[in-house]
Write a protein that binds this ligand. Structure first.
Ligand code: 1PX
Length: 215
């Protein structure tokens, strides 16, 4: 019962944090972005231990960003926009090959940003799915269209194997604990546009600064 209440709280929190991510001038608050990811990771942890190698990497990247936020230059990390400007102006980013700044905010956030695209594609599929749709297939397709293109063969193999351990659609909806399938659809309908917008704003920012391929 405790776990289920946690989940309910978590999914509501995910929804709320992605809502609060964007400022009125379409800046993305790093604190809320990171909080959104925390919620997603908590949800993923409830799906089983086969996903722990994925959540470990996500947690690691979240922590790097939190350290920047809480560090002495934290004021530059309030929004993704200010972070990019600060790190590029101060030459704190490895642009072509890995070197002195393996933990730059820019390259770290880029990994989560790419994963957000996976999430967008997966949730889109979930939203248009029917009772007999297969979550593993939806997850694999979303992955192949997004993150896979940035992963090595070994990671793709490991991820592909983990996807087959995903619970089926009905269980997946139960675990979300937001109510009937209709209510799940409503939550998805609420969340997806926000996630898409946060994704697009970040994507445009990275494209404008020519940093979509950071090593
Ligand atoms: C309502 C549905 C919610 C579902 C929530 C699921 C949250 C998923 C969170 C996934 C976060 C993954 C971050 C991956 C970042 C990454 O690409 N890292 C790689 C590159 O990093 P590097 O520092 O070396 O440049 C790194 O090599 C990654 C290793 C771990 C494997 C990553 C596989 C990603 C699969 C994503 C799909 C998650 C499926 C969860 C099932 C629901």
């Amino acid at each position: 019962a405790v776990a289920l209440e946690d989940l309910k709280f978590t999914l509501q929190e995910v929804l709320d944090t992605f809502k609060s991510c964007l400022s009125e001038h379409k800046e993305v608050f790093l604190e809320h972005y990171v909080a959104g990811w925390r919620g997603l990771v908590r949800f993923m942890n409830c799906l089983g231990s086969v996903f722990s190698f994925i959540s470990k990497d996500a947690v690691n990247k979240i922590q790097i960003l939190v350290n920047h936020l809480n560090g002495e230059n934290g004021a530059h990390y309030v929004t993704i926009q200010s972070m990019v400007k600060y790190e590029l102006d101060s030459q704190l980013v490895d642009l072509t090959k890995r070197g002195s700044f393996p933990e730059s905010g820019c390259r770290t956030l880029l990994r989560l940003h790419r994963a957000l695209r996976w999430l967008e594609l997966f949730l889109e599929r979930l939203q248009t799915s029917t009772e007999d749709s297969n979550t593993s297939v939806m997850c694999t397709e979303a992955y192949n269209e997004s993150l896979a293109q940035h992963h090595t063969w070994i990671i793709r193999k490991a991820a592909g194997t983990a996807f087959w351990a995903l619970p089926g659609r009905a269980t997946f909806f139960d675990v979300m604990n937001v109510g009937s399938p209709e209510q799940v659809m409503a939550v998805l309908g609420d969340t997806l546009p926000l996630i898409s917008e946060v994704y697009q704003v970040t994507e445009d920012l990275y494209a404008q600064n020519n940093i979509l391929e950071l090593p």
